[in-house]
Write a protein that binds this ligand. Structure first.
Ligand SMILES: Nc1ncnc2c1ncn2[C@@H]1O[C@H](COP(=O)(O)OP(=O)(O)O)[C@@H](O)[C@H]1O
Ligand SMILES: [Mg+2]
Length: 259
C-alpha cells in the first residue's frame, strides 16, 4: 500500500516488523523471522493456531519482550530502550482479560490513569477521559466501579483506557472472546467506528472477516499468508494447513469483508 502523503511529508506506516525472531530463555524459539507492515488507518487481523507465536509477537510491539533479532518500528520510531515511554503511549494493547487492565476504584480513574501518568491534568485530562469513554459508549458509567460492570462493559472500558492515550495503533488480543452475541456486536460496531490503526489477534474468523479487510496468518513463528481476509478464509487448503476452522456452515464468500 502506498504511504499517504500530506504536503510532501510521507506518513510512516503505523507498524513495521522486519526479520523479527525470538527465543524464550528456556531455548524455545517462538518467532523465526516475521516481516509485515501496517499502514496508517488499516484494520488487520492476525490469525493463527494456538502456539503460533501471536502473543509473543504482540509482546514485542511495545517492548515487553526484546532481545531477539530483527526490528519493530511504530510510526517510524524504533522499539527499543531509548524511546520506551513514547512507544508505550503509541502502542495501545488491550489484553485478553480486562481484569488485567482495570484496577482503580472507578471507571474514570482507570481511563485517566495513563494520560495522568504522562503528565496530563485538569480540564484537559477530564476532556480526554470523556472522549475515550464516549467512543466506546461508556460515558454514563464514569463514576461506577469497574467490577460492577458486565464483562462486555469491562472490555469496552479496557479499550477506552488505551484510546485515552490516543495511540498510533490499537492492538487487541482476542477481543471477542467470552462475549455474548449482543456484546460481540456492540464491540464490532465500536471498533468499526474508530479512526485508528488496528491489529486484532483472533480465533474468531467471522469477526476478522467482518472487521478487517486484510489478514495475516502466523504459523510456526512465520507469516504464512498476508492478503485480503475474504480470499484467505476461502482458501480451504491454507485454512487446513494452519489449523484454522470456520464455524460449521459459515461461507466466507457470503460476507462483505471489513466494510
Ligand atoms: N514464557 C515462555 N517460555 C517458553 N516458551 C514459551 C513461553 N511463552 C510461550 N512459549 C512458547 O512459544 C510458542 C508461541 O507461544 P504464543 O506466542 O503464546 O502463541 P499463541 O499466542 O499464538 O498461542 C509456543 O510454543 C509456546 O509454548
Ligand atoms: Mg496467545
Amino acid at each position: 500500500m502506498d504511504p499517504v502523503t500530506v504536503s510532501k511529508e510521507p506518513v510512516p506506516p503505523s507498524l513495521e516488523v522486519a526479520g523479527l525472531a525470538f527465543a524464550y530463555p528456556d531455548g524455545h524459539q517462538a518467532l523465526f523471522g516475521v516481516d509485515f507492515t501496517i499502514g496508517r488507518g488499516e484494520r488487520v487481523a492476525l490469525l493463527g493456531p494456538n502456539g503460533a507465536g501471536k502473543t509473543t509477537l504482540v509482546l514485542h510491539l511495545n517492548g515487553i519482550l526484546t532481545g531477539g533479532a530483527g526490528t519493530v518500528a511504530v510510526a517510524g520510531l524504533p522499539v527499543g530502550k531509548q524511546h520506551m515511554a513514547e512507544i508505550r503511549r503509541k502502542v495501545g494493547i488491550v489484553f485478553q482479560d480486562p481484569d488485567d487492565q482495570l484496577f482503580m476504584p472507578t471507571v474514570r480513574e482507570d481511563v485517566a490513569f495513563g494520560p495522568a501518568a504522562a503528565g496530563m491534568k485538569g480540564p484537559e485530562l477530564e476532556a480526554r477521559v470523556d472522549r475515550a469513554l464516549a467512543r466506546v459508549g461508556m460515558a454514563e458509567f464514569k463514576d461506577r466501579p469497574p467490577h460492577h460492570l458486565s464483562f462486555g462493559q469491562r472490555r469496552r472500558v479496557a479499550v477506552a483506557t488505551v484510546l485515552a492515550m490516543e495511540p498510533e495503533i490499537l492492538v487487541l488480543d482476542e477481543p471477542s472472546s467470552n462475549l455474548d452475541p449482543a456484546s460481540r456486536r456492540e464491540l464490532a460496531d465500536i471498533l468499526r467506528s474508530l479512526d485508528v490503526t488496528v491489529l486484532m489477534v483472533t480465533h474468531d474468523l467471522p469477526y476478522a472477516l467482518e472487521l478487517c479487510p486484510r489478514s495475516l496468518v502466523l504459523s510456526e513463528g512465520v507469516i504464512a499468508a498476508d492478503g485480503p481476509t475474504g480470499e484467505l478464509l476461502a482458501d480451504d487448503a491454507l485454512m487446513r494447513a494452519h489449523r484454522l476452522e470456520l464455524p460449521f456452515g459459515f461461507d466466507p464468500r457470503s460476507v462483505a469483508a471489513g466494510s
